[in-house]
Write a protein that binds this ligand. Structure first.
Ligand code: DX5
Ligand code: ZN
Length: 224
């Protein structure tokens, strides 16, 4: 499969919600490719964040694609509402459903890009039978639930194997990573074959968040 361009994807989990519009403008100005919205239900992960109302608010603040990451049990209950609220892509966890193929087909039928996320301990086998049904594979590089965690080094080999699986299946899905992405960790993940890089803490806690988006893109770029 052809190598895709680097996509830098700020996660609004670390944004200042008192000024969401300014935060979205900052992301656009910095050259962000998509906006990542982390939905947590306090069940699948031990934390609670936001739902359709916030996706709708983000939609009204930016024209960038909205990449929604559902860390929830029973993801099928939310798909329609989130699509209507303006999500561009909906990524569900393989661990959260026994009807993965059905849920992915539903996401596509709603006009959204269908994504599957895998926790660090979930083997790639979980998606081997579903490669025709996915537009994005998200490899979690931390255990989901919180921003600002440390990147799990063993993820790099998993990204490499995920790249191989997608290529061998002739699956053109985006390969996204999420958790602990920083200037220090991004290049090894790009080399392993990832093309979309979610970053929360690294961007929003930076002295100059807008410039950090460009800095991450440069850090991920192979020097010939
Ligand atoms: C973690 C979330 C991430 C989180 C990443 O459960 O899925 O999207 O915002 O945050 P950082 O980049 O701070 O690790
Ligand atoms: Zn996420």
């Amino acid at each position: 499969m052809p190598v895709k361009p680097i996509r830098i994807v700020p996660s609004i989990l670390s944004a200042d919600f008192a000024c969401l519009r300014d935060e979205m403008a900052m992301c656009e100005q910095g050259g962000a490719d998509w906006i990542h919205v982390d939905v947590m239900d306090g069940q699948f992960v031990p934390n609670l964040t936001f739902g359709a109302k916030v996706i709708d608010a983000v939609r009204r603040c930016t024209r960038l694609p909205i990449d929604v990451h559902l860390m929830v049990e029973h993801p099928e209950s939310y798909l329609e509402d989130f699509a209507q609220a303006g999500a561009t892509g909906l990524t569900i966890h393989a661990e959260a459903t026994v009807h993965l193929q059905r849920n992915l087909a539903q996401i596509r039928s709603l006009g959204c890009r269908a994504g599957v996320a895998l926790n660090p301990a979930t083997p790639l086998d979980a998606i081997v039978e579903a490669t025709d049904d996915i537009d994005l594979l998200l490899i979690m590089t931390v255990n989901p639930g919180f921003g600002g965690q440390k990147f799990i080094p063993a993820s790099v080999d998993k990204i490499r194997r995920a790249r191989r699986l997608l290529d061998e299946s002739r699956c053109n899905a985006d390969l996204e990573i999420d958790g602990g992405v920083s200037r220090d960790t991004i290049l090894q993940c790009r080399r392993a074959g990832a093309d979309a890089f979610v970053a929360g803490h690294a961007i929003f806690a930076a002295t100059n968040p807008s410039a950090e988006i460009g800095a991450l893109r440069i850090a991920a770029t192979e020097v010939a």
